[in-house]
Design a protein around this ligand. Structure first.
Ligand code: ACO
Length: 219
């Protein structure tokens, strides 16, 4: 059967697939599709890390704890997997040594003449500083520019988010500008830096660049 990105039989290039592993200081990092049985780990880490995550995440009307209860996961997971099958999003769990350590999402995927998407991530506070986000981002970018055939990936980050800006810089993102009052985050309209990368800027692969720079090694 002939498949097309636009017809009813469209499939997602690169979904469902696992990506990696790549070894960083904290352990072996891998991306894999979210699944229903992630509910307990997702809920526990998100509720434990409320203070750490809330300053950087879009505001919501529902309280953090209610929104991150175990019972919230099945409908969210199923909706995200449905969007993934349609080729619009890639919702990954970041695993470190086989354990749930955070999430990396590639969203608003468009094909055709744009071939673009955004990327975002979070890592459990107990694992930060070990290169996990950098490794996961490199794997996500290589997946986006490889099997998904994207041309451009962008990200937005609050100027105050020094750790995430460091992660983006290590992966090779380039700043394109400041988006004023871009997103409602932590109860207010916050400026965000727009950063981007196109496939022409990748030398071989992003993971290989990290390995060459001594920031990761092949697992
Ligand atoms: N100032 C400057 N650099 C800093 C600071 C700081 N205050 N804090 C940490 N860093 C650096 C670290 O030194 C490290 O760089 P190095 O390896 O060269 O020493 C880098 O930031 C962090 O790199 P990783 O270890 O790969 O990242 P980590 O696994 O710790 O995860 C993350 C970083 C994802 C930002 C984590 O802290 C987190 O989840 N924060 C809350 C949620 C969040 O901010 N998500 C990102 C939103 S923006 C986006 O998604 C595009």
């Amino acid at each position: 059967m002939t498949r097309s990105w636009f017809g009813s039989s469209a499939v997602h290039p690169g979904w469902p697939m696992s990506v990696g592993p790549l070894r960083v200081r904290a352990g072996e990092v891998r991306l894999r599709p979210i699944r229903m049985r992630d509910a307990a780990a997702w809920s526990r880490l998100r509720i434990d890390d409320r203070r750490f995550l809330e300053p950087w995440e879009p505001s919501a009307e529902v309280d953090w704890v209610a929104r991150h209860g175990i019972s919230s996961w099945p409908s969210m997971c199923s909706a995200l997997r449905g969007e993934a099958r349609k080729g619009r999003i890639l919702p990954f769990v970041i695993e470190v040594d086989g354990q749930f350590a955070g999430q990396l999402t590639i969203g608003n995927i468009t094909h055709g003449a744009l071939r673009s998407a955004w990327i975002g991530y979070w890592v459990h506070s107990e694992l930060t500083g070990g290169g996990v986000a950098t490794g996961a981002l490199a794997l996500g970018l290589d997946h986006a520019f490889g099997p998904v055939h994207l041309h451009r990936v962008e990200a937005t980050v609050r100027p105050e988010n020094a750790a995430s800006r460091a992660v983006l810089a290590k992966a090779g993102f380039r700043e394109e500008g400041l988006l004023r009052r871009y997103l409602d985050v932590d109860g207010g309209w916050r400026d965000h830096l727009l950063v981007a990368m196109t496939v022409e800027e990748v030398s071989g692969s992003v993971a290989a660049s990290l390995v060459r720079a001594g920031k990761a090694s092949w697992a």
